[in-house]
Design a protein around this ligand. Structure first.
Ligand SMILES: *Cc1c(COP(=O)(O)O)cnc(C)c1O
Length: 341
C-alpha cells in the first residue's frame, strides 16, 4: 500500500560519506556501524551499498542484527559479544563476536574459539575488558582479528581523548590482534586516532558529530509527508493539543501525516520547519502522535494530497528539537516508506 509518508534516502550521499571518511582515515581501513537497523535507514540497504563501494568491516549490536545481514555474506562483528543464548548463532559463522568481558572470553574459549574481536576499555567505563586483564593473560590463546576501544568524548576537544589514545596505543603488540581500531565518526576527525580500522556510524548517515566535519558530510535522509487537510484558521483561533498556537491573523494551515510515533518528536512543536516546493513553512503548535500542522503562509497552490518536505539536516534538527542526532535517526519509524534514490 502506498504510504502517506516517505524517507527519501540518498544512496550517493551515503556512499560519498563513506568514501570521505575512508579518505580521512588515511592508511586505516574504514568500516561501518550498521547497528540499530543502519541507524534507522535499513541495515541491509545500507550495508549492500557500502559493500559495493569497498567497505569490508561491518558492526552491529547483537546477533539478531547480524542474522538479518547474513544473506549478504559480509564480515560482521557483533559489538555486544556472546551470551550463552547467542552461541548457536555464533557457531553458524555468519559473524564474529566482539568479546567484552572475562565471562565472554571464557565462553568463547570453551566453545573452541575461532576468530573474534575484543573490546578493551580505556576510560569510558562502558563495555570492555581492562588493560590489567590483558596484562594478566586473559586473552592468551584467542584468535583476535581486531582489538578495539571506544572514545568517550571524540566530539569534544578534551584531554581525555589523548589519554584514551595513549592507553590504547600502549596495548599494541600485547595481544594476538591483527588490527587495532579506536575511532568512531568523531574520532576520525581527530588527528592520529585511526590506527588500522575506523568504525564510523553517525556521519555515514548525514550526522555531524563535530563542526569540523560539517563540510565533509552530506545529508542522506529527507522526510516527506502528505497533506491530509488544508484549512483556514481564523484570527484568534488555536491549533492542536493544548491550544499552544493562536492565529494572529487568518492563516492557511496544512494538517500532515507525520507525528511523534514516526520519530518526528514533540521537540519540533512550534520550531520545526518544512517546505512545499521551495516555500519555507513552519510547524504550528504541538506535534501529535500521527499528525502535525504547518503554516501555509505564501503557499497558495498547495492542496490536500500534496507532499511536504520536513527539514531534517541532522545538526540543525537536533539543535531545534533538543534530541541528539542519534536519537533522531534511530527513532525514524516503521510507517515511512524508505525510498532509495
Ligand atoms: C556505535 C558505535 C560506533 C559508531 O559510532 P558513531 O559515533 O555513530 O560514529 C563505533 N564503535 C562502537 C563500539 C560503537 O558502539
Amino acid at each position: 500500500m502506498p504510504a502517506p509518508l516517505r524517507l527519501r534516502l540518498d544512496g550517493d550521499a551515503l556512499v560519498q560519506n563513506w568514501r570521505t571518511l575512508d579518505r580521512l582515515s588515511g592508511t586505516a581501513a574504514c568500516g561501518a556501524a550498521v547497528k540499530a537497523n543502519g541507524y534507522g535507514l535499513g541495515a541491509t540497504e545500507v550495508a549492500r551499498r557500502l559493500a559495493d563501494a569497498g567497505c569490508r568491516d561491518f558492526f552491529v549490536s547483537n546477533w539478531q542484527e547480524a542474522a538479518d545481514l547474513a544473506p549478504l555474506g559480509l564480515t560482521v562483528s557483533v559489538l555486544h559479544g556472546v551470551r550463552d543464548d547467542d552461541m548457536p548463532a555464533a557457531g553458524a559463522g555468519f559473524a564474529r563476536p566482539v568479546l567484552n568481558t572475562a565471562t565472554q572470553v571464557a565462553r568463547w574459549k570453551a566453545a573452541g574459539g575461532g576468530a573474534c574481536d575484543v573490546m578493551v576499555d580505556t576510560g569510558m567505563n562502558r563495555l570492555g575488558v581492562s588493560a590489567d586483564d590483558i596484562a594478566g593473560g586473559l586473552l592468551q590463546g584467542l584468535e583476535i582479528e581486531t582489538l578495539m576501544s571506544h572514545l568517550a568524548c571524540a566530539d569534544e576537544n578534551v584531554p581525555m581523548n589523548a589519554v584514551q589514545r595513549d592507553r590504547f596505543a600502549a596495548l599494541a603488540g600485547a595481544t594476538s590482534a591483527r588490527r587495532l581500531s579506536l575511532a568512531n565518526s568523531a574520532g576520525i576527525a581527530l588527528n592520529g586516532y585511526a590506527f588500522d580500522l575506523t568504525r564510523p556510524g553517525l556521519a555515514l548517515y548525514g550526522g555531524v558529530p563535530r563542526p569540523d566535519l560539517t563540510d565533509a558530510v552530506r545529508p542522506v535522509v529527507t522526510i516527506k509527508a502528505q497533506i491530509l487537510q488544508r484549512r483556514r484558521v481564523r484570527a484568534g483561533e488555536t491549533v492542536g493539543y493544548n491550544a499552544t498556537w493562536t492565529a494572529p491573523a487568518d492563516t492557511d494551515v496544512a494538517i500532515v501525516n507525520l507525528g511523534y510515533a514516526d520519530g518526528y518528536f514533540r521537540g519540533f512543536s512550534g520550531v520545526g520547519t518544512a517546505r512545499a516546493a521551495d516555500i519555507p513553512l513552519g510547524v504550528l503548535g504541538r506535534v501529535s502522535m500521527d499528525l502535525v500542522a504547518v503554516a501555509l503562509t505564501g503557499a497558495t497552490g498547495v492542496v490536500e494530497g500534496d507532499w511536504i518536505a520536513f527539514d531534517f539536516i541532522l545538526p540543525d534538527a537536533a539543535a531545534v528539537s533538543g534530541m541528539s542526532q542519534y536519537e533522531l535517526l534511530t527513532a525514524l519509524g516503521a510507517r515511512f516508506a524508505r525510498v532509495w534514490a
